[in-house]
Ligand binder design. Structure first.
Ligand code: IMP
Length: 182
């Protein structure tokens, strides 16, 4: 059994699908996130903060959307930015900007048998011209490379094949296997 500490249902559902064969428990809680320039730093600090509060083994995930033309904004502030301005706000910021390139990064930080483990996944893509499809967060406005121009939102569960979280979680699954955890 391993606990996934998150308040985000979308993240948990993706983890449940991808970590096949793992006894995954949703530790549904919010935790304080430090301000930092990278998701990696946020993930490590959050992990250390949670160590005394959540039972080993557990993991958390920190992710963000980095838009090239906006110098990487919103990056580690993606959750805050989504809450404040949403997809519409990003589309507005991107009005008249031709360079739509962006990437998503996911960092998984785990604490297993007293050891810290870190894995990451990144997917490049572009910001769509409008919102398409469902999903959560910025799913309707992100088109991952290689998906024929469909957004995460339009891809449904096929998002896992392309997404930053899909990559990171599959790497994490391999780590769990190597540790003879599953
Ligand atoms: P955090 O990892 O909880 O700090 O939040 C990351 C934020 O980035 C989320 O609240 C979303 O707004 C955005 N985000 C991260 N991954 C995804 C994704 O797979 N789809 C859509 N939005 C995402």
């Amino acid at each position: 059994m391993i606990r996934f500490v998150t308040s985000n249902r979308g993240k948990f559902e993706e983890a449940k699908r991808i970590l096949n064969g793992v006894d995954l428990v949703w530790e549904r809680m919010e935790y304080r996130e430090v301000q930092a320039d990278t998701n990696r730093e946020v993930a490590i600090q959050s992990l250390r903060e949670l160590k005394g509060m959540v039972k080993d083994p557990f993991f958390l995930e920190d992710s963000g959307l980095y838009i090239d033309a906006l110098n990487g904004f919103p990056g580690p502030y993606s959750s805050y930015t989504f809450k404040k301005i949403g997809c519409k706000g990003i589309l507005k910021l991107m009005e008249d900007i031709e360079d739509r390139r962006a990437y998503f990064t996911s960092v998984i930080a785990a604490f297993i048998d007293g050891k810290e483990i870190l894995v990451e996944g990144t997917v490049r893509g572009r910001i769509a011209e409008g919102e398409r499809g469902g999903g959560w967060g910025f799913d309707p406005i992100f088109e991952p490379d290689g998906a024929g121009g469909l957004t995460f939102g339009e891809l449904g569960e096929r998002k896992d094949l392309f997404s930053h979280r899909g990559l990171a979680l599959r790497r994490f699954l391999r780590v769990l296997r190597d540790l003879k955890y599953i």
